[in-house]
Each structure stands twice: as structure tokens, then as C-alpha cells.
Design a protein around this ligand. Structure first.
Ligand code: PHE
Length: 339
């Protein structure tokens, strides 16, 4: 009997298997109710009393070894089975919720993308600026109302330091370091001292563009803006330019697009005019070129500037500007699909 057990122990130690089925077959052969170890247990009754202790210990040892062996075959097999698959063992165990891009970022990226396809490169600059880059270099007269405390955030201890009210300051920074041809797009956050409401906020986002070269005309500006409007709002979009005024452009215009909600027929969104305003633009005033170190007798330029919130409102009909900065997950989640 002892010899039989010892033989089976050796057998068990040398077991091999190449598939889950083979392992299961071994389990049945040795460990099931009708398996060979159970058969030995049956024979145990016939063992003489003085040998029972020794044989009992051996049978138990055999049982444990067989159990362990089959389990280790199973574990080894499970490992080889998945080893060469692309399972990432460094991944966190639980699904981590992914964030989504903010709607303003989605729209800003789209604007930047359209203009970069037209050859504009990206320029960024500081939000905390000096008076020169925001106003002085942009041809604002010393007593221009935009410099007034009502529009601009000043820093008490340093009257020269302000929060930029537009990203034209970045255009100025580009011009002071670069000679034409210049083709830049300047996205960024800007600040104005306004009471917060559904229609106004003390900060918002702009994308401004600047093009300076030898032969630049208003026609170029109009064509680029038409292309932009159609890329952004669809190929049937119409544009119209209305005369306007900015200290840094001459002539200046404001651009409307045919209302993308009613298609120009007139609705409450466009106040039944069929048009909605989206940006300001114009030919760079020669005085601005001169102030920024570019010879206006050789070069000309155009510039435009738009509010990202405005464009986002038009695209997604967000009625209340405050939604953009309240971090309400229910609102932000609605833009998941646009990411
Ligand atoms: N800087 C202007 C603003 O902030 C926008 C603008 C840029 C207008 C360039 C014309 C040309 O309102």
C-alpha cells in the first residue's frame, strides 16, 4: 500500500498538461470522487491497524500534493495563455472617468485649426500686460474711453500694469520682434470690468488675427473671413460687412453672418434681421504699424478679432454666458460628443 502511494506521488509530481481540457482530465483522474486517490482512500479500510497512522499521513500528503500540482498547472497555463496578448498590467484596476474638453476649448481649437490651414501660426502672450502693449501700441489716444476704469482692470500699486482687454497686445508683441510677412492668430483670455450677467462677464476669450505683408488688401481680408465663416458655420453661410470704428484699424468693419439658426429668414435669435454679428476687423492703421516698428510705406496689413463665447453661442445656442465658468458637470457633459 505504501509503495502504491509513493508511486502515485512520483507520478503526480511529474504531471504535465498543455490545455485547460488536459488539466481538467487530470483533475478527474486523480481528485474526483471516482479518481485514483479516492480509490486509495477506499483501500484504507483494509490497512492493518498498526499501519493506519503512517498510511493515513501518506495518503493525505498525496492528496495535498495532487491538489497543489493541478492548481499550479492551471495557474501556469492561465499565464501562458495571456502572456503575449496586449493586456496592460500597469492599468488602474477600476474604470477611471475621463474628462472632456471645455466647449470654449473645442471651439477655440476649431477656429485656430481653420486659420492654421490658411497658413496662420499661433502666438500667445501674457494676460497681465502693460499699458503700452494693450493700448499705446494700438493707437489708443491717451484719453480713449477704453482706458477708463470702467473697462479695464488696473493693479492699484502699479498704474502701468493691467489685465489685457484684448489679445491685440499679442499682435503688438509679435510685430515688435518680427518683420513681415507676419501671419498670426492670437487666442487667449481677456478681462473687462463688467458686471456679470447672462450677456456679459468680467472675462471672456478671444481669437484675433493679424496679417502684414507688402500687398494686402481689404479683398484678402474679406475672402479669408468668408472662408472662415463657411468652414465654421456651413457652406451656405453668407457674410456682410458694416462700417465701424476701432483705433487700430482704418477702415474698420463689423462682420455679420447670415443667422445660422433660421438660415437668414429671421427668428428671435437674430432679432428677425436674418444676420448676427460675429467679429470686428479692418486694415491695420498705418500708425499702428509705425508704432510697432514696421514701415507703413512698404507694408500693409489686416486684422480681425472675435469672441470665442459668441461663436460658441452661435454654434451650440448657449443662452447664458455664466454657464461657461460655473463648471456644472451636467452642462459640460453635453459637449462630450464634440470632443
Ligand atoms: N481688438 C478688438 C476688440 O477687442 C477686436 C478687433 C481686432 C477689431 C482686430 C478689429 C481688428 O474688440
Amino acid at each position: 500500500m505504501l509503495q502504491k502511494i509513493q508511486d502515485m506521488l512520483n507520478e503526480v509530481e511529474n504531471l504535465e498538461a498543455h490545455s485547460a481540457e488536459e488539466i481538467e482530465a487530470l483533475r478527474i483522474k486523480y481528485l474526483s470522487k471516482k479518481g485514483s486517490i479516492a480509490a486509495l482512500m477506499n483501500d484504507f479500510r483494509t490497512v492493518p491497524a498498526e499501519q493506519k497512522k503512517e498510511v493515513g499521513i501518506k495518503i493525505n500528503e498525496l492528496k495535498t500534493r495532487a491538489f497543489d500540482k493541478i492548481n499550479s498547472l492551471r495557474a501556469a497555463f492561465a499565464q501562458t495563455d495571456t502572456d503575449d496578448s496586449d493586456i496592460d498590467i500597469t492599468r488602474t484596476a477600476y474604470p477611471t472617468p475621463l474628462g472632456t474638453r471645455h466647449p470654449l476649448t473645442i471651439v477655440k481649437n476649431e477656429i485656430v485649426d481653420i486659420f492654421s490651414r490658411l497658413g496662420f501660426s499661433l502666438a500667445e502672450g501674457p494676460e497681465v500686460e502693460d499699458d503700452w502693449h494693450v493700448f499705446g501700441s494700438m493707437n489708443f489716444a491717451d484719453d480713449h474711453p477704453a482706458r477708463d476704469m470702467q473697462d479695464t482692470f488696473f493693479i492699484e500699486a502699479r498704474p502701468d500694469v493691467i489685465l489685457r482687454t484684448h489679445t491685440s497686445s499679442v499682435q503688438s508683441r509679435v510685430m515688435e520682434h518680427t518683420q513681415p510677412p507676419i501671419r498670426v492668430i492670437c487666442p487667449g483670455r481677456v478681462y473687462r470690468n463688467e458686471a456679470i450677467s447672462a450677456r456679459a462677464h468680467c472675462f471672456f476669450h478671444q481669437v484675433e488675427g493679424l496679417y502684414v505683408d507688402r500687398e494686402v488688401s481689404f479683398t484678402d481680408l474679406k475672402q479669408v473671413l468668408l472662408l472662415f465663416a463657411r468652414e465654421m458655420f456651413g457652406e451656405n453661410t453668407q457674410i456682410r460687412l458694416r462700417p465701424s470704428y476701432f483705433p487700430f484699424t482704418e477702415p474698420s468693419a463689423e462682420m455679420d453672418i447670415s443667422c445660422n439658426i433660421c438660415g437668414g429668414k429671421g427668428c428671435s435669435f437674430c432679432k428677425h434681421t436674418g444676420w448676427v454679428e460675429i467679429l470686428g476687423c479692418g486694415m491695420v492703421d498705418p500708425a499702428v504699424l509705425e508704432l510697432n516698428g514696421i514701415d507703413p510705406t512698404i507694408y500693409k496689413g489686416y486684422a480681425f478679432g472675435m469672441g470665442v463665447e459668441r461663436i460658441t453661442n452661435l454654434k451650440y445656442q448657449v443662452k447664458d454666458l455664466r454657464m461657461f465658468s460655473e463648471n456644472d458637470m451636467r452642462f459640460l457633459k453635453e459637449f462630450e460628443a464634440a470632443n
